[in-house]
Design a binder for this molecule. Sequence first.
Ligand code: AHG
Ligand code: MN
Ligand code: MN
Length: 336
Amino acid sequence: MPQTTPPHDWTEDNLQSLQSHILAEEQAHPEATGDFSWILSAIALATKTIANKVRRARIDDVLGELGETNTHGESQQKLDVIANDIIKACLGARANIGVLVSEEDEEPMVLRTHAEGGRYAVLFDPLDGSSNIDFSVGVGTIFSILRLEDGHAAKGVDAILHDGAQQVAAGYVLFGSSTVFVLTTGNGVDMFVLDQSIGAFVLVKSKLRIPEANSTYSINEANTKQFPQGYRNYLDWAHDSNYTSRYIGSMVADVHRTLLKGGVFLYPPTDAHPKGKLRLMYEANPMSMIIEEAGGRAISDRGRVLDIKPDSLHQRSVVIMGSPEEVAHVERFLDS
Ligand code: AHG
Ligand code: MN
Ligand code: MN
């Protein structure tokens, strides 16, 4: 009797693009109105375009600094501004987006009132880790989606200053050795990779879970002498416990590795950034939602990141995020 291969279950294992996956998710949620797929398809279009720009940066001579500073007084890379313009060009056209908030712009961009259909705010870091661009190190785009209430335009920034637990979706696209789109809409974490040959993000992992533990920490140790004592005690313990250190200097790359392999990513208070360096609304919050949706934890020096009530659009936060057991190890030293 010839060995028959087990029947393939075609209802389960099939090719899913980002678009088809989002539509399938929407069908699972009758209350969904198709708004999300419209916004996420714009983010997919924008990030495919940015990926192309990033990969051609040296050829197109758009590396290096622009010679101007952004709202935080940080020197802008040429690609920061190019990525920012691409995202606004793609998202601005989507009729259900009311407000755009960018790391690169001081003020929010009010596109449409609630009456004009503006239902969502999209907040983004157009190019995270951009100081690494010239050396072909992983960089990425981080985004956060909040729902807007009626009257949002009149309220201005106050309509957007929600705690991270209010996010309806969050994600990032990592422009690394492959272009990876990681997304959560509050129903687990899904990962897609850009298949250049067909120009589509294809689903490679759904309901991704972060490992419970992994003896790896990710921190800029050059700042150790500036860290509060609890962090230094944690690092001494980690050094005595045979931990590995991995630090790329692009949050999107360091968090992606932490999500897949486990471990903990930390940006403690420093002299230059006593409240932490990473921006709450479009770096810490979206990454915290992803880590928590994958079964991890994300805290700051003020408790759970997603519970922080923001005071201003570009405020910064301490972040300690990753495997639950690894975050607990850090927490123990901060509490002692
Ligand atoms: P951005 O490029 O958007 O300004 O973000 C840079 C951030 C983040 O990507 C990274 O984790 C952190 O800066 C690295 O800071 P240090 O160089 O101080 O370690
Ligand atoms: Mn950033
Ligand atoms: Mn940035």
